[in-house]
Design a protein around this ligand. Structure first.
Ligand code: AGP
Length: 605
């Protein structure tokens, strides 16, 4: 996710662009830049780092003078954070800022390079600006329209042409973009907060519509060049609410972002069939005989999901380790082993230490990371980015599901490479991965009020247990952590079959037990364990596939899930557990986005 802004009017553009970008830093903050038209042409100031670094540059080297410009604050996906990879990108007569992912950038880059174009950055965005420049013969609309026919993926572009200094062009697909309407001035922005200081009037651009923004007005054209009349909207939010997209908390916003972030994680990797999954990131055939997955907290919990899927599909033994334990356990690692480090921030001290230990022992390290260019990303031998965008809430949700999706893709690729599953099974999983974002969207569209009600019913209990078997136990670990870390309610996750070996002594009248059963092969066993807690008075919330809840008196509340491939069910099932924790914390008046004692990235031991 990145933030883009544009301004055309009679004020100094630089100040307005910097102000707007500052309001969008929650969308990305590893580099930033602006491009402004002045008397002596287009001037670009851009830098790696945060908005403060850009301000320092502007103060030190002077702000470009002019009243037309575009700006960008970056969340790197392709190409590490650096000055050269930061936006705006200028090639030939075209200058562009981009929010999104060009999925076919490798193919396009090769074709453009073969046609003699020289690339200066390692970004997918540069491919777009090179393409538009290669198609530009003085008619910007023709060049943009022709480029859109070749670009696959998501984009919101702000575009300037050297020889048309009084116009900003904008176009979007999948990524957000609004046009702010002022008096003698107009704006573009990824999100409303960037322009609220100047105007509350805005219009929305639909997919592939081209906006032509001038001082005296805005025109919106369809792909055929016909002008489209657009409704004007009035933003009622205050700036802080707007940064959350109208949601009360970043956590709820990020729960709802999961269909989009899962699509960003999965779609680009499914362009070349099951055997081509993650080909961009991993060129060899994953020959390891054993995998060690090492991580902390929720990242470790996705490792448990990964273990289940990789062992089931690829028949490769997987050991999952808590990083803070692993690094001091003098672990056994031998030739043929490989390590997977999972980390949203890429800066978790214990996980970095585990990575370095593996490298000292000559073990190849694969990193599944969200923050591009982070320490773990830089030091691993292979990096698979989750592309979930900046995750602001301390309690992870969208990064967790993106990590799990990445592990499922890895498990499928390993199984295909090893021929441990049939082509038919591989295609089943491949198609189910493609549909996963829609399954998550189905839950979010229909069931949140139900989870809120259940949370309110149990908000004052002292203990709450999560039980499940296999992949469902792994899921319970994450559900329990979510509840604990944001609502401060005591909770434990238990392997359902293990409960009777001690902890069931804590189950008394009214104690809530969330029982998860998404794996048909062991559901009957889980139901037996549920009946054991029910017999002791538990309030059972049964989480299962839609239609699978056998009639019976073993549960008090039901959470039904849209059905997908059984191996992938945890990604669907985690959403109610995340939401239940969220609503419990809200009911209890907790600081949902910044829970006490916690930090978003634990960079100390
Ligand atoms: C999850 O909600 C927590 N914020 C925490 O457990 C987190 O997953 C853990 O600290 C690991 O962080 P990382 O993914 O950035 O390495």
């Amino acid at each position: 996710m990145c933030g883009i802004v544009g301004y055309i009017g009679n004020k100094q553009a630089a100040d307005i662009l910097v102000e707007g970008l500052s309001r969008l830093e929650y969308r990305g903050y590893d580099s930033a830049g602006i491009a402004v038209y002045g008397e002596d042409g287009l001037k670009i100031v851009k830098t790696m780092g945060r908005m403060d670094d850009l301000r320092k540059n502007l103060n030190e080297f002077g702000k470009p003078v002019g009243s037309v410009g575009i700006g960008h604050t970056r969340w790197a996906t392709h190409g590490e954070p650096s000055d050269i990879n930061s936006h705006p990108h200028k090639i030939g007569r075209v200058t562009l800022v981009h929010n999104g992912i060009i999925e076919n950038y490798v193919t396009l880059k090769k074709a453009l390079a073969d046609a003699g174009r020289t690339f200066i950055s390692s970004t997918d965005t540069e491919v777009a600006v090179q393409l538009i420049d290669s198609l530009y013969n003085g008619d910007p609309l023709a060049a943009i329209t022709a480029a859109l026919e070749q670009l696959h993926g998501s984009y919101a572009f702000g575009i300037l042409f050297d020889d048309i200094p009084d116009t900003i062009y904008a176009v979007r697909k999948d990524s957000p973009l609004v046009v702010g309407l002022g008096e003698g001035e107009n704006f573009i922005a990824s999100d409303i907060p960037a322009v609220l200081k100047y105007t509350r009037e805005y219009i929305l651009i639909e997919e592939k519509e081209i906006a032509i923004i001038r001082r005296d007005g805005v025109k919106i054209l369809d792909v055929k060049g016909n002008e489209i009349k657009k409704d004007t909207f009035k933003a009622s939010w205050d700036i802080e609410a707007a940064e959350k997209g109208g949601y009360p908390h970043f956590m709820l916003k990020e729960i709802h972002e999961q269909p989009k972030t899962l699509r960003a994680t999965i779609s680009p990797r499914l362009q070349n069939g099951p055997a081509g999954i993650l080909k961009e990131e991993i060129d060899d055939t994953l020959k390891m005989e054993r995998l060690l997955i090492v991580a902390c907290g929720s990242a470790m919990h996705t490792g448990l999901l990964g273990k289940n899927a990789i062992e089931k599909l690829a028949r490769v033994p997987v050991d999952v380790h808590i990083a803070s334990e692993f690094r001091y356990s003098d672990p056994i690692m031998k030739q043929g082993d490989a390590m997977i480090i999972i980390s949203q921030s890429g800066e978790t001290a214990d996980s970095i230490a585990a990575l370095r230990l593996a490298k000292q022992r000559g073990i190849p390290v694969y990193a599944i990371v969200n923050v591009v260019g982070s320490t773990i990303a830089r030091e691993a031998d292979y990096v698979i980015y989750t592309w979930a965008g900046p995750e602001i809430a301390v309690a992870t949700t969208k990064a967790y599901s993106a990590q799990a999706a990445t592990l499922y893709m890895l498990a499928l690729r390993m199984a295909v490479d090893r021929k441990t599953i049939s082509d038919e099974r591989a295609n089943q999983l491949f198609n189910a991965l493609n549909e996963l974002p829609d399954k998550v969207a189905e839950i979010l569209d229909n069931n949140m009020a139900h989870y809120e009600k259940l949370a309110a019913m149990n908000k004052d209990v002292h203990d709450l247990f999560y039980i499940g078997r296999g992949q469902d136990y792994a899921l319970c670990c994450e559900g329990s952590l979510k509840l604990k870390e944001i609502s401060y309610m005591h909770s434990e996750a238990y392997a359902a079959g293990e409960l009777k070996h001690g902890t069931i002594s804590l189950v008394t009248e009214g104690v809530p037990v969330v029982a998860v059963a998404t794996d048909d092969s062991i559901t009957e066993k889980t139901i037996s364990n549920i009946k054991e807690v029910k017999a002791r008075g538990a309030f059972v919330i049964y989480v299962c596939k839609k239609g699978a809840a056998a009639e019976g008196d073993f549960y008090d509340a039901l959470i039904e899930l849209p059905v997908t491939d059984e191996v992938l069910m945890p990604i669907v099932a985690i959403v109610p557990l995340q939401s239940y924790a969220y609503y419990t914390a809200v009911c209890k008046g907790c600081d949902v986005d910044k829970p006490r004692n916690l930090a978003k990235s634990v960079t100390v031991e």
